[in-house]
Design a protein around this ligand. Structure first.
Ligand code: F6R
Length: 253
């Protein structure tokens, strides 16, 4: 049984799951627009949200959904990383969303993987502050890694951690290896929003699909809250939804 405050929605397949999340985002964007306000979105990369971005592009093209009043903050970026590199999360977001909608480029925020070590801490503090100044995250979209990471908050990340430079777990680096043409090319560090940054979002939607995510999804929802599985910290928060397909939900009791 799910004793945490997490609400769970299960869809027949990943397309329906993606469409439901895209609709949530579209509804927020439209309602904010009606009030003359900006919608502040926390975004994730990886395979999980691609269907959501595809559907948002369709809503933009076919149903006139505008992103003029959208401000985005991405969760993370590899470090070091050049934005024009194929593996960068800047390239990912351009390819899967930003190049296809009318979001003003100055409204897009993605951690900067090009900075020198000596300025990273100051940069991360400014990233936190920029989220606050934007009015906070209305919706934070999350995937979940096999280590139980959200963003790149690997095991050992504390509940109050903020945006910072982190060392990637070996499991996470192995999962990224195909995209980098081998493990040795995967950066060992990343800049990520912290668990505490994510926790401040007004709504958190964690998505997962496929059998491979079933075990970690069960742990995140039903497991003991532990620093070893950072996604378990979500159990302590209000307004957290897990949006799953049948396979990812298959082990949840
Ligand atoms: C990506 C991110 C990661 C991924 C997670 C799942 O911005 O922060 O936490 O969400 O690694 O990745 P996929 O979706 O590729 O299974």
């Amino acid at each position: 049984m799910n004793r945490s405050g997490i609400s769970i929605k299960v869809y027949e397949n990943r397309d329906q799951e993606a469409a439901a999340v895209a609709q949530r985002i579209a509804d927020l964007v439209k309602s904010k627009r009606g009030k003359g306000e900006k919608a502040v979105l926390g975004l994730a990369t990886g395979a999980t949200p691609i269907g959501v971005y595809k559907e948002l592009i369709r809503l933009h093209r076919e149903e006139g959904l505008s992103f003029q009043n959208v401000v985005t903050f991405n969760l993370d970026e590899y470090y070091p990383m050049q934005p024009d590199s194929d593996q960068s999360y800047v390239a990912f977001m351009q390819q899967h969303l930003f190049d296809h909608v009318d979001i003003p480029s100055e409204n897009i925020n993605i951690p900067d993987g090009t900075l020198g070590q000596e300025v990273v801490d100051t940069y991360c503090e400014a990233y936190e502050q920029k989220i606050v100044n934007a009015g906070g995250l209305d919706i934070q979209l999350l995937g979940i890694g096999r280590t139980g990471h959200v963003g790149f908050n690997e095991p050992g990340s504390t509940a109050d951690s903020l945006t910072r430079l982190v060392t990637l777990n070996e499991v996470t680096r192995q999962d990224a290896a195909p995209a980098f043409g081998g493990l040795k090319n995967v950066p060992s560090q990343a800049i990520t929003m912290g668990v505490g940054t994510i926790a401040k979002a007004k709504n958190i939607i964690l998505m997962a699909w496929g059998e491979k995510k079933a075990e970690i999804v069960k742990k995140a929802i039903e497991g003991e809250i532990t620093i070893e599985v950072p996604a378990t910290f979500l159990q302590e928060l209000e307004g957290v939804e897990f949006v799953l397909d049948k396979e990812a939900a298959s082990l949840v009791s």
